[in-house]
Design a protein around this ligand. Structure first.
Ligand SMILES: *[C@@H]1O[C@H](CO)[C@@H](O)[C@H](O)[C@H]1NC(C)=O
Ligand SMILES: *[C@@H]1O[C@H](CO)[C@@H](O)[C@H](O)[C@H]1NC(C)=O
Ligand SMILES: *[C@@H]1O[C@H](CO)[C@@H](O)[C@H](O)[C@H]1NC(C)=O
Ligand SMILES: *[C@@H]1O[C@H](CO)[C@@H](O)[C@H](O)[C@H]1NC(C)=O
Ligand SMILES: *[C@@H]1O[C@H](CO)[C@@H](O)[C@H](O)[C@H]1NC(C)=O
Length: 255
């Protein structure tokens, strides 16, 4: 397993307005099931749509990149989002750049979103066996790098209005929050004042729409150029981390 040589991580949110709703959506917005030119710094970008709903869920993303021609050439990365300020954010982007895709090849990105929510009945009834409800979803996307293919362009790649791939994680996060009982251990509690959200059991009827996320040039430039930047114009907020991956907002970890 390779340690990434020069990968760094930062996260951004854009001004895209998602209709206020209970539905939190997590998507891989780049790469898609396409062919791209190899790149020294190849982005992997996840989006939280209606991101404010993530506030009490302690969400995390981990993913593995596989070089399908050389299965030893694999790396795993994760976004620990506990320090994220989810307030007032429509779309939150978590991204990293990777050096794995310098050569032509066929690759797989397998990604997992985890989150925790209140167990309403157990918490209300003060059950001694009460625990957080743990949930996770995993998806995978395949893509190819080829010298003759178009250069990686996040603006163009996310300009499409619709996309055939409807993979994404939908959560119906209700307005209801609860205090996590003292006897329930939860690593997210330190970041939410021990508050959890009730997630509806039924699967939302909506379908994921990763193509609703459009990344503009300004956001790309701030992703590429700056490791520490906050700009409030257009509700754009970029939180960065150092190349070693340590920061107060995000932690980069390898395992
Ligand atoms: C990926 O794209 C190819 C070619 O456009 C298509 O044949 C294939 O079904 C797609 N795979 C998925 C999982 O969407
Ligand atoms: C989070 O962001 C909101 C809106 O920008 C701001 O009002 C609030 O003070 C922030 N909270 C923290 C803890 O930084
Ligand atoms: C886990 O999340 C999925 C997708 O939101 C949902 O369909 C499922 O009911 C959830 N499972 C539990 C145990 O809450
Ligand atoms: C945390 O929650 C407690 C009670 O649930 C409340 O009294 C306190 O003000 C909250 N603290 C913050 C910082 O919101
Ligand atoms: C979300 O859950 C609530 C409560 O169970 C339900 O009334 C609502 O229809 C659900 N929304 C979607 C889009 O499934």
């Amino acid at each position: 397993m390779h340690i990434p040589r020069a990968s760094w991580l930062l996260a951004a949110c854009m001004g895209t307005i998602i209709n206020a709703s209970d539905i939190l959506e997590v998507d891989l917005v780049f790469p898609r099931n396409k062919t791209y030119a190899p790149a020294d710094r190849f982005p992997v970008v996840f989006a939280f749509q209606n991101a404010e709903r993530a506030r009490y869920l302690n969400p995390a993303i981990s993913y593995t990149l596989w070089n399908l021609q050389d299965l030893d050439d694999t790396m795993t990365n994760s976004h620990d989002l506990r320090g994220t300020n989810w307030t007032d954010q429509d779309t939150y982007l978590a991204h990293s750049y990777h050096t794995l895709f310098k050569n032509e090849g066929r690759y797989k990105v397998s990604w997992t979103v985890t989150w925790q929510s209140c167990d309403e009945d157990a918490f209300k009834n003060k059950l001694s066996t009460a625990k957080m409800i743990d949930n996770m979803t995993t998806w995978a996307t395949y893509f190819t790098t080829q010298s003759s293919a178009p250069k990686v362009d996040l603006v163009a790649a996310t300009a499409e209005k619709t996309c055939p791939e409807k993979y994404g994680v939908l959560m119906n996060v209700t307005d209801k929050t609860m205090k996590v009982p003292w006897n329930v251990r939860w690593s997210g509690g330190d970041y939410t004042n021990d508050t959890c959200a009730v997630v509806a059991k039924s699967t939302p009827t909506a379908t994921p729409e990763p193509c609703r996320v459009h990344i503009d040039k300004t956001t790309v430039e701030s992703m590429e150029a700056s490791l520490w930047l906050e700009c409030d114009a257009n509700n754009v907020k970029v939180e960065g981390s150092t190349p070693s991956g340590t920061s107060v907002f995000l932690f980069l970890s390898f395992f």
